[in-house]
Each structure stands twice: as C-alpha cells, then as structure tokens.
Write a protein that binds this ligand. Sequence first.
Ligand SMILES: [Zn+2]
Length: 449
Amino acid sequence: MKIIIFIYVILISHISAQCFYHPNNILSSIENIECTWDSKVEEEKNNSISSREISGEVFKIQLSYCDADSVTCDKVLKEFYRATNLIASIFIFNTQIYVNVSYYDLCTVYPDNICNDLSGAAYPTQFYLLQDDDGMSRLYPQSLVKQFQFPNTPKFKEFDISAEFNSKGDFWFQEDLSNIKPGQGDIFWTICHELMHGLGFYNGWMGYKDNPIAVIPLPVYVSPDGTVPKSYLFSFDSSFVEFMMDKYTILLSNGTQISIFTQQLNTFFDEYKTNAFSDEFVSSPQFKLAQDLLVLATTPKSLGLLPRNSLNYSSDSFILETSIPFEQGSSLIHPDYKTYISTSDFLMTYKIVDGVTTDTMILNNGNYSGGPIGPKLKQIMETFGYTTADNPNPYRPQPFKPPPSNVTSRPIANLGFKLEMIRNLNILIIGISLYFQIHRFLLNNFLFI
Ligand SMILES: [Zn+2]
C-alpha cells in the first residue's frame, strides 16, 4: 500500500508543476492552476494578432483594445515601442516577450472608486513555482522563465505581460512636442515602470485584515510534493509562497533574508492544520512574526534587495519602500521614494512626479547612461536572472521536472483552486489625478500602487 501511495505521489508531483495564472482583469486574483505540457501544439500567436501592433526583435506589443482616436492609439503603441527598445538595449533576451496592451476608459470595466484614480496597471500573466538554490520554491514570471530555456516547460501563456492603461488619464506624449503641463504624467515613465513589474519586479506581501495588524506573504496552499490537494479547493487553508524577488529581500539591520519569516510562518500550517485567517493564527506564536513584518514594512530603510555577490549588504542593497503607512502594492514592491526619487534609480518608486518628463528626470539626476533603468535596478534584474553584457551567465532556479509520457496534458477541471482573496492588489496600479477634482490631493502624486 505504501508503495502504491509513493508511486502515486511521484506521479502527481511530476504532472503538477505549479502555474499561477493572472486573469486578464486588474482586480481578479491569481489562480493556482495545473500546468499543461502540450509542447507539440504551437501557441496560436499568429492567429490573434490584430492589425495594430509593433514587433521589434525582442518585444512584441499588441494593442488589443484602444478606445481613443487612431492618432492617440498609435502614440500609445509608439511609446511602448520606445520603452521596450530601451529595455532590450540593456537586457539580453533569447526569447521574445509578448505584451498585451489595452488603452481604454477603465471606468467601463472597473468601479468608479477605483477607475477614477487609476492610470494604468500591468502584471505578469503567469507565474511558475520553481525551486531556488536555497531549497525554497518561488513564483517566477513567465517572461523570465522563458529566458531560462529549460528542456521541459509547461505550455506558456500567449502573452507574458498584460498592461491596461486609462485612455481618460492625463498623459503626456513625447511625440506631441509640447511642454508637459502640471498634472500630466509622462506615459513613457509609467510604461517603463510597469514593464519592469511585468518582468518580475514583483512580490505579494499583503496586509492581514483591514488597517492591517500584520503583514503576510501571499497565502497559497502547496503541499510538499508540489501539488494543491483537491481537498483544499475553495478553502482558505493555505500556506505562504514567495515570489522571485523575495529571495533577495533582506533586513538591512543584519542581512537576514525575509524568507526566514516566510519559512517560520509556514510552520503554523504544519502545527495547526487550520484556517490561516482564524483566531488561531492570530493567537499563534507564528503571528508574532507577521506583526514583526508589519513593523519592518513601516519602518524607514528596514528592508532592501541584496544584489548577487554583494559583500556589503548595508551599502549595496536597493532599499525598499517602508516609509509610508502599509499599502499593499506600494509598500515593499517599490524602492524607497525618499532615497531614490532624486537619483538615477527614480523609475521604480511608487509614485512619479507629475509635470516632469522622464528625460528631465534623467538629466536632473545625473544623466545616467541607461536612461530610466538605473544602476541598482539593472543590478537587481541581473540578480533575478536576466542577462546583460555585464552578467552573461545569470542565476537560474532548478528546471521543471519533465512530465511522464503517459500522462495527458489537459488540466482537470476544477483541479486548480482559486485564491478567493483580496490578492489582486498586487496589481501595480498607478493612481492618477483624472478629471475629478475630488482627487485633487493626488495632483502632485501619481501613485504607483
Ligand atoms: Zn509600481
């Protein structure tokens, strides 16, 4: 009996590479789904490409939907082209990256209280759970997983990155050859910022309960063999998973990896076998760690990203945003605004300066050769696994296990479970002051959430 169970577990673990799909909706949660392995079927890239697209050598941008006039739609596409050309001039991609862009009145889809402050958002369309060299498995974005060129891979989603921008946003386009006005945001800045999130500058730290009393990693139940047990479907029983970026997130006070917190928080599930959101969690010894995380997340300069091969964590780290009240999607997922907004690493701070173009920012901040891709950002993307001329042999996590040949590749309906949570605030929204004066307070602060 034991042997049978053992074989069964091996089989399940082989077919159960973990894919986490982000539906094509800013507010939807990511879903843990069974990966498909049908490598023989070519992706139907060519069948779904509309007429309005630009294909560079590396990035393929598809403007799937645009409700603005034709001239504006073309300008949006060109700004994306400019941004991707810049990224491709710094990073070396061996596999093409597909970006799906929509530019429309977001209020036709999203609630008023969200869409009026939203200028755009982008996210990786799919993540893959891969094992790192420290033994932990983390969620890697598809755009990077593709570059690893593993011998066996699940079938990739058609698009690597999804981006939605608000056609009612007050964007400035370089092509207009006019001066940027106060209150306007340079769409190029926003696009570059969002594309970096789409490439994996991304994590899942979230507040626990309203006015958060703690901070936790993204909770998803994945059993030790890498499967999501069917018995957990639609339950909140979950363990915490990390994203690629979390591997390098450290406490600036002593260099400790934040992953230590995730690991220790996960011992709660071993001990309690219960609902993560119950009172039991709050009264558990592990909860103290989640409270400590909230303190770290709201204490200036407490956390940072450590570049590979660094010998000095306090001087080398890319300091993360922990100087604002905890805001999921702003805190921890961006570098520290106060430290970097006046440096060549201004791009990924959680808000942009309105009325100032990207070029002016670059000039004012030292005219860095990489333009808006600052030196620390470049170094961290290299650390994640992206290739550059300076980093020709980047780190790679363990490859996917090959699927056994006798297993069909189709996912079983309902096998995956949907994360019924508030998760979607990892959506990398940029709040923007639009036409509603009630949002006037945002006029000087386009927020990247
Ligand atoms: Zn952002």
